[in-house]
Design a protein around this ligand. Structure first.
Ligand code: HEC
Length: 230
């Protein structure tokens, strides 16, 4: 009986011993896992850099000013390093690289109210809902009261351009901030196309101009009548 059972199990044991030799040939091939090191290439990296000039589909930037807001590039500016303030400002275009018309402004208004209003407020007074709930106060887009500097650019000052209001900051700089973000504010390049970014910049300029005009018009309100006396 014992002898018989051994004969019965023998093929199974042989089969079990043969199993490890059974796997797909393609499982072992000369390949490199992503980011793993290699001695094959001189720089030791298995992931190869893109060929210089590679452009991802749909991201061709034919017009540098239109897609960056910059006309020159100083590269990385270290805080405190001596730089000519003029060259900092000269990096950004002060002219719109597209026609500013009513439809662009309306588009800008719509996009501004979707993306910026929540923090910068409907009129650009830095009183958006998120800020009211405790988020860092951004600078206002226009002078809040005579002599108040809360509308000065922090980014331009940090780079060494001195005190400059966001009203006089070049349009290309505001475009640059939307594209890359600044400080506590994130980048909006993934959500907002370059054209829409320019539309928003144009709308911010409109908010600033509207405010400046309003401030220069003497109040026409007649306060001589007591309230409700009609
Ligand atoms: C989540 C809130 C939030 C949203 C949304 C937001 N911002 Fe800001 N923004 C900030 C804050 C906060 C700062 C100040 C950052 C700092 O000082 O660290 C700022 C700064 C700025 C500045 C000034 C940079 C400087 O040099 O001082 C500009 C211009 C600006 N934002 C434009 C925009 C525009 C345009 C949009 C919409 C596309 C937008 N922001 C959306 C929070 C926001």
């Amino acid at each position: 009986m014992k002898h018989h059972s051994m004969i019965q199990w023998f093929p199974l044991v042989v089969l079990a011993l043969m199993l490890p030799g059974c796997h797909q040939k393609m499982a072992i091939q000369p390949k490199l896992k992503p980011q793993s090191p290699t001695q094959f290439f001189a720089d030791g990296r298995s992931t190869r850099p893109q060929v210089v000039g590679t452009v991802a589909r749909g991201t061709l930037q034919e017009d540098a000013v239109f897609s960056t807001g910059k006309v020159a590039d100083l590269g990385v500016v270290t805080a405190g390093a001596p730089v000519d303030p003029k060259s900092i400002l000269a990096q950004y275009t002060s002219e719109f690289p597209l026609e500013v018309n009513e439809s662009l402004l309306l588009r800008g208004k719509e996009r501004y109210n979707i993306y910026c209003n929540v923090c910068h407020g409907q009129t650009g007074a830095a009183d958006g809902t998120i800020v009211m709930r405790g988020f860092l106060h951004p600078p206002a887009f226009w002078e809040q009261s005579p002599g108040n500097t809360s509308h000065n650019s922090r980014g331009l000052r940090y780079q060494g351009a001195g005190q400059l209001s966001l009203e006089s900051a070049p349009v290309g700089y505001i475009f640059h901030v939307i594209t890359h973000g600044y400080g506590a504010m994130g980048s909006y390049s993934a959500q907002i196309s370059p054209r829409d970014r320019w539309a928003i910049v144009a709308y911010i300029r409109a908010l600033q101009k509207a405010r400046a005009t309003e401030a220069s018009i003497p109040s026409t309100q007649d306060n001589s009548h007591p309230k409700g006396a009609h």
